[in-house]
Design a protein. Structure first.
Length: 123
């Protein structure tokens, strides 16, 4: 939040966007806690796995976008305080690909959790 206060002029609505990001971060932590509790109880995996993977990937992309907007062109430098943020921004999209793309994950959620029909196969 200190960075947002110092650089709030970097983009319009920065405090609101960061606040929404932090609220979603808390919700994701609770979702992971729920998954851990199910595991400890010996229950099988629930739908949280696919949902968590999708939301965490989107969350990391949003966090990287916020950081890039706050830091500005400094993230392109190899040295200096923005270099770590630059690497984070570069790697954020990888999370949406690791373990299956977000599109595949959305299809799995639609078919397995929501009970929607499979996409037609193209031959």
């Amino acid at each position: 939040m200190q960075l947002v206060q110092r650089r709030s002029d970097a983009f319009a609505g920065a405090p609101i966007r960061v606040g929404a990001f932090l609220a979603e971060d808390h919700a994701l932590r609770l979702l992971n806690l729920r998954r851990a509790a199910r595991s400890v109880e010996g229950a099988g995996p629930g739908p949280e796995g696919n949902i968590t993977k999708l939301k965490v990937a989107e969350h990391m992309i949003e966090g990287a976008a916020i950081a890039a907007a706050l830091w500005g062109p400094e993230i392109a430098l190899l040295d200096g305080p923005g270099r770590v943020i630059g690497r984070t921004v570069m790697g954020a999209r990888g999370m949406a690909i690791a373990g299956g793309t977000s599109e595949v994950t959305r299809n799995q959620i639609a078919e397995r959790i929501l009970g929607m029909p499979r996409d037609p196969l193209i031959s």
